[in-house]
Design a protein around this ligand. Structure first.
Ligand code: HAM
Length: 430
């Protein structure tokens, strides 16, 4: 058998490929990123791009040593003679905060809004909607702890979803408090789970020792059953005064702007850097992998990476997940258009002329040409298969007179056009 792509990865393919689903369509990725870019740049966000591999230490300290991502899902990068100190990035936030610190972006007016998009890597068990290489659109705001920034970030996430035309999406909002609130919550969880230690999965027994909160987002069915059985109080019950006031203000702003949300008291998120506001966007009908995206505040991350105190907040969408939801809701995706002008020579000696005229026409439109001479009947069939709008035939007569015999494949209109007037062609589908 011929070689295949690694498990859990997708090729992003051209339109018209057989059995093509939206999440593997390159044009759909482009479309989605374009919509997100529009929303984010209109709100003042600037593009940033960081390497796809980073020091393992950055991810460990950023994402957190007790997370599944760091403990089980890292792709280590080796090169000849190397000891493997690099990993493929599993997410974008730690890298963006690193880049902010390293490049002196603190000098720019705060809050600084940044966005990026690109591949992320997690060695998870692959299934539909969960891949080992997937893509995110990511938005980060650095330099402000104001709840107004939290509310704006959530509202922008909803705006992106709206720009895509998605309707069945819910914001699940929670808060995971300040570090001292989380310590109290972890103490409570430790006490609660210790008598049931024998029922916990091996992973969760370790979580109990290191960071009991991580048991709550365990993927083990047995753990989830235990959680149901013993009834766990949510993190929200443990919020301190300041985190509680911050959370209340975020909600007030969202209500004021008419951004719908529901409180999810049990939200914990799968990364360790979060503080205070945390949320996820979920879609109806895409099954268990319904999280389209998530985000939260991470005011301690910069210090954890060895920088000064820089408050921050952000979110990321999974592009493949969003496209699954887009397909599920039956939203029509724009397809790559065929040529607006398709030039076909009727005899071999005019093929180079067709090529030259196509090159000239590209100043105005999408223009292609047939690489071999065709008879008119075959030319029209070929043009139809390619989705062409105008077909321009060049036979010996047209070549001698400096013209094209044009046919509009959509309206059937036929006319003669001087080769020097290609610029006057404005096809209906732009
Ligand atoms: P996350 O919740 O780990 O957050 O990932 C965000 C989104 O990426 C998920 O909701 C999901 O749509 C998508 N995603 C995650 N893993 C996979 C996978 N294996 N296959 C397909 N899609 C996946 C973060 O990554 C944070 N950096 C978000 C953030 C930014 N927080 C603050 N700033």
């Amino acid at each position: 058998m011929a070689l295949q792509r690694p498990k859990g990865t997708n090729d992003l393919l051209p339109d018209g490929s057989p059995k093509l689903e939206a999440f593997a369509r390159a044009s759909a990725h482009e479309w989605l990123i374009g919509k997100a870019r529009g929303v984010l740049e209109r709100a003042g966000a600037q593009r940033i791009d960081t390497p796809v591999f980073e020091e393992a230490e950055l991810v460990k300290r950023g994402v957190g040593g007790s997370t599944d991502i760091v403990r089980k899902e890292m792709f280590t990068v080796y090169y000849f003679g190397d000891h493997g100190g690099y990993v493929l990035r599993p997410e974008g936030t730690a890298s963006i905060v690193r880049a902010y610190l390293e490049n002196g972006l603190k000098q720019l007016p705060a809050p600084l809004k940044l966005w990026t998009s690109g591949p992320m890597f997690r060695a998870e068990r692959h299934q539909k909607g969960r891949y080992r290489q997937f893509h995110q659109v990511d938005y980060e705001v650095l330099g402000s702890a104001d709840p107004l920034v939290d509310a704006e970030a959530i509202a922008l996430m909803v705006d992106v979803v709206r720009a895509l035309g998605l309707r069945g999406v819910h914001v699940k909002l929670g808060s995971i408090g300040d570090p001292e609130d989380r310590e109290r919550y972890n103490a409570y969880l430790r006490e609660l789970f210790t008598p049931h230690e024998a029922r916990l999965s091996d992973d969760s027994r370790e979580r109990l020792a290191r960071n009991p909160m991580r048991i709550l987002d365990s993927k083990s069915a047995g753990d989830q059953e235990l959680l149901q059985d013993i009834g766990v109080r949510p993190m929200l019950d443990f919020l301190g005064e300041e985190a509680g006031a911050h959370f209340a203000q975020v909600q007030d702003y969202l209500k004021d702007w008419g951004v719908g949300f529901e409180i999810d008291p049990s939200i914990v998120r799968g990364l360790d850097y979060y503080r205070r506001t945390a949320w996820e966007l979920h879609a109806e009908g895409i099954g268990a992998k319904s999280a389209l995206g998530g985000g939260g505040r991470y005011d301690g991350l910069s210090e954890g990476l060895g920088g000064g105190a820089v408050p921050g907040i952000g979110w990321a969408f999974g592009i493949e997940r969003l496209l699954l939801a887009v397909e599920q809701e039956g939203i029509e995706l724009p397809r790559a258009g065929g040529p607006q002008l398709y030039l076909v020579a009727l005899d071999e000696e005019n093929v180079p002329l067709a090529a030259r005229l196509a090159a000239q026409a590209r100043a105005y439109l999408r223009a292609e040409f047939a690489y071999r001479a065709l008879k008119p009947g075959s030319a029209f069939k070929d043009a139809e298969r390619r989705g062409a709008v105008w077909v321009g035939l060049i036979g010996s007569e047209e070549a001698a007179q400096g013209t094209l015999s044009l046919k509009n494949m959509q309206t059937g209109e036929q006319r003669t056009l001087a080769q020097s007037e290609l610029g006057s062609l404005t096809p209906p589908n732009g």
